[in-house]
Design a protein around this ligand. Structure first.
Ligand code: IMP
Length: 191
């Protein structure tokens, strides 16, 4: 199946995610779904949550649009992969990064990975999925102003700067989300 370049409707209210996906997919536009409320993310995996969002988007978007569901998170090795799918709501609102730093206090193993799962629902109901990961480690203090979420404390493998210092241009080609988007593109191109 070869899908022509076009527009994607992202079932999310996170403008960072839409911008990052759009930069990762040259020639495509990625627009947020304008829904007042999104369904609860009560799946047990990133894929299930991405599918919940994509199906919700499918029910809202116009029939000829390609709809995208995305779920992502950060997994700390020494915490057995937590917070994982609970990354957005870990700790008190707005303090997820503080909680991660607290839980890693005194730990030498700082390894972590970002994970992103994408589910694309085509107008004919075809479901495409793609996963991207980014390995790295969690540093002890915040650095940088770019990106969002855990980016000020995450240094990717092979880098010395945090993702927040590396910035949006770097994320557009290297992030877990960009990697998943490129795999999705291969699916679009019939890969
Ligand atoms: P959700 O996919 O809406 O459940 O949210 C995923 C959460 O994981 C975000 O709110 C962030 O806390 C974290 N996260 C996912 N991707 C990134 C990223 O690229 N940078 C920083 N944090 C991220």
């Amino acid at each position: 199946m070869v899908i022509p370049l076009g527009a994607l409707r992202l079932a999310s209210s996170n403008a960072h995610k839409a911008r990052e996906l759009e930069r990762a997919l040259p020639g495509w536009t990625v627009e947020l779904l304008e829904a007042d409320e999104f369904p609860p993310e009560d799946g047990e995996t990133y894929f299930e949550n991405a599918l919940i969002k994509a199906r919700f988007g499918r029910s809202w978007a116009s029939p000829d649009e390609l709809v995208l569901g995305e779920d992502s998170g950060i997994e700390a090795a020494v915490l057995g992969g937590r917070p994982g799918i609970h990354s957005a709501r870990w700790g008190k609102p707005g303090s997820s990064v503080d909680r991660l730093l607290r839980e890693l206090e005194g730990k030498n193993d700082r390894r972590a990975r970002y994970v992103c799962e994408l589910v694309c629902l085509l107008p004919d109901g075809t479901e495409l999925r793609a996963r991207g990961t980014l390995e790295g480690e969690v540093v002890r203090e915040r650095r940088g102003t770019g990106g969002f979420g855990y980016d000020p404390v995450f240094v990717p493998e092979g880098e010395t700067s945090t993702v927040a210092e590396l910035g949006d241009e770097w994320k557009a080609t290297n992030s877990h989300r960009a990697r998943a988007a490129l795999k999705l593109l291969e699916e679009f191109l019939g890969g």
